[in-house]
Design a protein. Structure first.
Length: 157
């Protein structure tokens, strides 16, 4: 519990919402009910994993949860970017994919809307992480530094 408390509020929100979104993604995000007359009713549905957008959202959510769980376990994974950039990037990917999935799918259930709310919670957690790291300006400076140093390496003879 000490390590969870040491994560910071933004990471805590991202971890809890990420685990819940991962669980939610296996529930029926779309469902259709058909009246079969005297035979009764029939229904069928699919989870969030039914198309490429849902699969990518699920994989990004797994990556987010695994990354935060590694931090929680004290595993130091050397990455060329800060935690704020990773948090913001993964949260943006998850949020965009969840919104697009809900907009393009028909017959959405309550689980799809809960999934979108959890994706929003992940984005809020990432925003808190970014604010703790110095805000959006610090993020822009880091990303700009990465692209300019990458361009210098690419153009060197």
């Amino acid at each position: 519990m000490e390590r969870f408390n040491a994560l910071g509020r933004g990471m805590q929100i991202m971890l809890v919402a990420g685990v819940l979104l991962l669980i939610d993604s296996f529930l029926r995000w779309q469902e259709v009910e058909v009246d079969l007359g005297p035979l009764g009713e029939a229904s069928g549905g699919v989870s969030a994993w039914d198309d490429i957008g849902g699969i990518l959202m699920g994989v990004a959510t797994i990556a987010l949860v695994a990354w935060i769980a590694a931090r929680l376990a004290g595993v130091d994974v050397p990455l060329p970017v800060s935690s704020a950039v990773i948090a913001a990037g993964l949260a943006a990917i998850i949020l965009v994919l969840a919104v697009v999935k809900n907009l393009e799918d028909d017959y959405s259930t309550i689980w799809a809307w809960i999934g979108m709310a959890l994706a929003i919670a992940i984005a809020v957690g990432a925003w808190l992480v970014v604010q703790g790291a110095g805000g959006v300006d610090a993020l822009k400076t880091e990303v700009t530094g990465m692209t300019s140093s990458g361009a210098a390496v690419a153009t060197a003879p």
